[in-house]
Design a protein around this ligand. Structure first.
Ligand SMILES: [Zn+2]
Length: 101
C-alpha cells in the first residue's frame, strides 16, 4: 500500500473510532469510504508523484465521497501529528509540492 493510501486509511480509522464508535474496526460506511479511497488512489494518473488529494487538480472523488473524506480529514488532520507523526510529516511535505513532480 502506498503512502497516500496509508495516510487515508489512518485518518478514516481515527475518525471512525472517535465518531462512530465501531470497536476494533470500521463501521460499514467507513469501510466503503476506505475501499473507495484506496481504489481512487490506485488509479491516480499522477502515480507516485501525486500531490495530496486535497490539492490535486484532478478531483477524482465523486462529490458524496469527497465530502465524507474531507470530514474525516478535517477531524484527523490535526491529530495525525500525535498518532502517526511520520505519516503526518511526510504528508505535509508532499502537500507543498505541485502535481506531477
Ligand atoms: Zn465510521
Amino acid at each position: 500500500m502506498n503512502l497516500e493510501a496509508r495516510t487515508a486509511s489512518a485518518m478514516i480509522r481515527m475518525h471512525c473510532r472517535a465518531r462512530h464508535g465501531a470497536a476494533g474496526g470500521l463501521c460499514a460506511e467507513c469501510s466503503v469510504l476506505l475501499a473507495y479511497a484506496e481504489e481512487r488512489i490506485a488509479h491516480c494518473p499522477f502515480g507516485a508523484g501525486k500531490p495530496v488529494c486535497n490539492q490535486c487538480s484532478v478531483h477524482c472523488y465523486k462529490p458524496e465521497m469527497r465530502e465524507r473524506i474531507q470530514t474525516a480529514m478535517r477531524f484527523s488532520g490535526p491529530r495525525m501529528i500525535w498518532r502517526h507523526p511520520v505519516l503526518a510529516v511526510r504528508h505535509l511535505l508532499r502537500s507543498k509540492r505541485a502535481p506531477g513532480r
